[in-house]
Design a protein. Structure first.
Length: 411
């Protein structure tokens, strides 16, 4: 297991207080070293701010590009790998959509800045106009960044509270600073299931592995709290993968006895993994579940090559494990209507099941279904582009701008 990220959540004003960013960099360097001393490798350290319109004090976000570039430069000086400027909060009727439409320019003029659009919440409903705007943003970012790679730094959020340690979903609320850990822990499940002869043995092995790993991380958290007097926000203990079969969610599910990831039984495997995690007592934040990022997991990529699952399959899996649709490569000519339909389905699942879900969709210019991506990125494995259904929700969006769902007793 590795620590995918240490994320520092901080209040922010613009223009920035350089002293505050220097102090954040100092804390994150200390966190990385403390984790290393405990035998835990840290992949990246990150900063998450409140929603960018709040930082700017401007509901139209007219200066967001200048703000993002200045924050990226300040973070680079402090060896902070990535920064999230939070979401455009458009999960209510009549919300201004101008901040959403400014995000393509932000992403095309930065390299390490993440941003999102929060377009649905359980208490309010789904902003259909924001669904359409977000689909258009995905199209524009794909068109204006090399290989469409800027879409890796944009996602839509549905029912996602502040404090999640994984990007792009991470953002801060109005409270005091805090920090949180995100894990890269798919290998725990792979190892736990490797020699297990029964499901009960597999369950016991994985719960024990989770408990031991959580204890190690919490020891580090306690030390950082004592040394820096900063609040601890929890662990997003998600089974995130890394390219390679030994750190693959797909491998873990196959070792349970499912022949191939994406075949019948995969839904059971996902639910089984999450059930093990839920039996571990630790301070959680964010998704704290199971992720199926197509471009981060070599087994998922191979199953995509063999057409063993679809977008609908991935959305089905998210009903039991969380996260939503992540790093999904799509055809370069996917329409805004088709993208909007996908985003609407993700938001619907999030609200009906009261789960935090996000959608990070990556149209790749020039590619069609059956062709493979060619990204040169350490954290990605290349995969076949997934097809989309040749239809959308244009009639629905033209006639409606808002929808809500009645509260239910679904857990």
């Amino acid at each position: 297991m590795k620590v995918r990220s240490v994320t520092y959540f901080s209040p922010m004003t613009y223009p920035f207080d350089q002293g505050s960013i220097i102090a954040i960099g100092r804390f994150l360097r200390s966190a990385r070293q403390t984790l290393q001393d405990a035998g835990l490798e840290t992949q990246t350290v990150r900063l998450a701010t409140p929603p960018f319109t709040q930082v700017l004090g401007d509901p139209t976000a007219s200066l967001v590009v200048d703000m993002a570039q200045a924050l990226e430069a300040a973070c680079a000086d402090q060896d902070i790998d990535y920064v999230s400027i939070g979401p455009a909060l458009v999960d209510q009727p009549a919300a201004l959509l101008s901040p959403v439409y400014r995000l393509p320019e932000v992403l095309s003029h930065t390299q390490r800045v993440f941003a999102t659009a929060s377009l649905a919440s359980r208490k309010r409903g789904i902003n259909l106009a924001a669904i359409q705007a977000s689909a258009e943003v995905i199209q524009e970012v794909a068109r204006t960044t090399p290989q469409g790679f800027g879409t890796m730094r944009f996602a839509t959020l549905a029912n996602c509270p502040p404090g999640a340690a994984f990007f792009p979903a991470a953002y801060h609320d109005d409270g005091p600073p805090r920090f949180a850990f995100a894990t890269e822990a798919a290998d725990l499940a792979v190892t736990a299931f490797e020699n297990a002869h029964t499901l009960e043995e597999a369950r016991n092995n994985l719960i024990s592995a989770f408990q031991a790993a959580a204890a190690r991380i919490l020891d580090v958290a306690d030390q950082l709290v004592d040394e820096h007097n900063v609040r601890f926000g929890g662990i997003d203990f998600s089974l995130a993968p890394y390219p390679g079969q030994a750190i693959s969610v797909g491998t873990a599910i196959e070792r349970l006895g499912i022949d191939r990831f994406g075949s019948s039984g995969t839904l059971f495997g996902a639910a089984f993994l999450v059930d093990c995690l839920r039996q571990v007592d630790y301070p959680s934040c964010g998704y704290s579940g199971l992720m199926f990022p197509v471009l981060e997991d070599s087994v998922l990529a191979a199953s995509a090559d063999n057409q063993l699952y679809s977008l609908d399959s991935l959305l089905l899996y998210s009903t039991v494990c969380g996260a939503g649709l992540d790093t999904v490569p799509l055809p370069g000519d996917v329409s805004a209507d088709e993208l909007a339909g996908i985003l609407l389905d993700v938001a619907t699942v999030a609200l009906v099941l009261d789960k935090p879900l996000s959608a990070r969709l990556m149209p790749v210019p020039g590619l069609t279904p059956e062709q493979r991506t060619a990204f040169d990125f350490d954290y990605f494995v290349n995969a076949r582009v997934l097809p989309v259904k040749s239809s959308g929700i244009s009639q629905l969006l033209r006639r409606n701008q808002w929808v809500s769902f009645r509260s239910s007793d679904v857990p």
